[in-house]
Write a protein that binds this ligand. Sequence first.
Ligand SMILES: Nc1ncnc2c1ncn2[C@@H]1O[C@H](COP(=O)(O)OP(=O)(O)OP(=O)(O)O)[C@@H](O)[C@H]1O
Ligand SMILES: [Mg+2]
Length: 522
Amino acid sequence: MREREAGEITVQSAWRALRRRIRVVLICLVLCPAAAIAFSLLQMKEYSATASLLFRDPQFDQQVFGSSYVESYKDPTREAATNVELVSLDEVADKTAKRVRRGFTGKSVLDAVEIKPEGQSDVVSLTATSRSPQLAAKLARAFAGEFVRFRRDADRAKIREAQALVRRDIRRSRGTPGSRRSLSERLDQLGVLASLQTGNAEVVQQPEVPREASSPKPVRNGGLGPILGGLFGVAIALLLDRLDRRLRDPSEIEELLERPILAALPESRALQNPGPGLAALPEHEQEAFRMLRANLRYFSLSREIRSVLVTSATSGDGKSTVAWGLGFAAASAGSRVLVIEADLRHPVLRARYGLRRAGGLTSVLTGELSLATAISHVALRPSTSTDRGPDYTMDVLPAGPLPPNPTDLIESQPMAEIVGQAESEYDLVVIDTPPTSVVSDAIPLVVMVGGVIVVARIGKTTRQTFLKLQSQLANIGAPVLGAVANSLDRGTEDEYGYGYGYGHRNGRAGEPALSRQPVVGR
Ligand SMILES: Nc1ncnc2c1ncn2[C@@H]1O[C@H](COP(=O)(O)OP(=O)(O)OP(=O)(O)O)[C@@H](O)[C@H]1O
Ligand SMILES: [Mg+2]
């Protein structure tokens, strides 16, 4: 048995989940780009105009004159960040608002303007966004201009402060001509420096009136849509699969039942309307039934199993299909087989496989007919004229007329006697039962048989109902042999098909294939 932690997501299980939910992924792939384009088209158009400001090294002027009144930064990243901070000054925004007017305030200017450093250079870009392209350009130009003015005025103010300090020093140093001379020289230098001040910032690129809207961008958004849609679809698909409580994997069945998978039956059109002639089934499906039968023989090595009961949690899981297929595989291999339909509420074998003989199990239970007379013989004839194999038969005891008290009949002593008699006359007795979540008819039968096979239909049976059945069977000490995983999809089946239980890829050596045509109702 493969060991796998419950709830663990492996690449394979995620891949299978995506394949199961491929429709969700595809819908997201289509809807997300469409929604992105629609949203973009509904949005108001906005235009952006950008001015570039160059911050010059303030040290240059000062180094020329040996002045050190202005702080300088060496780290370019820090300097760029500082430049952005400087540009964001509220005062500049207020002045810009006054210059542009049009109802702008300092705050709304700052909201409309984005300032960011261009890499680690001394250049800062200043982008103004507005619904009008002209206004965007005007705003960017005004902001840039106001900033340069602000910087120049601030730097000149600093130098004027320095000049005032020097003048004060000159006044105080009366009587020492040497020092007065040097201070006067310094005052002159500061004067020249003040005239040189440009604020160390200049507009290197004036904003142009934008011709195209900066947002929305339907083409870009639509282009990103498939990528985001794909990611979103994958996430939704995996989430839905996690929330889905239906059995998805044979390994889950093994974990919950704590028994091996005896056979994995693919979901197949041929099994939807099987007809009595399983010979028409594709090789895959035939192989699954052969494997089930072969695996039962392994259990018989330790104790002889002459009767098996096929049960499942819910209706339509495939009990009757599996019971018939198992009987057919065993009979085709030469075993004497009786299939008993103990589903007295929703019998299908007579109609589905065209059995003609009247009566059935209920007729025998009420003493109306003997077992021998109620049984239909399905002859398995060679399917082709070249097949010279022997003619085998499979015996079937269909449910018969529906009784008002099915549970009483199933629990009755005659039923136990029928099973006992059948076990003595046949190599294998297969009992088909109703679903346990609907009625508990199968439960009393469980203790009458040599082994129990649990069928679970992938993508249909829920973990909850399956667990309930498992605990029901465990509580009464049912001889559960293993499970049949029904309706695997092709991918999963290729992965699991032959890897389970004690199965062999090519069936039992020497056994004939199921390629025999039945002659029913004899
Ligand atoms: N692997 C399969 N692929 C396709 N169809 C399937 C498969 N297994 C079963 N079916 C179909 O599903 C239907 C239900 O199957 P079946 O009658 O065997 O289930 P059940 O468990 O006996 O149901 P109920 O509990 O009602 O007796 C049938 O029409 C059958 O042909
Ligand atoms: Mg059935």
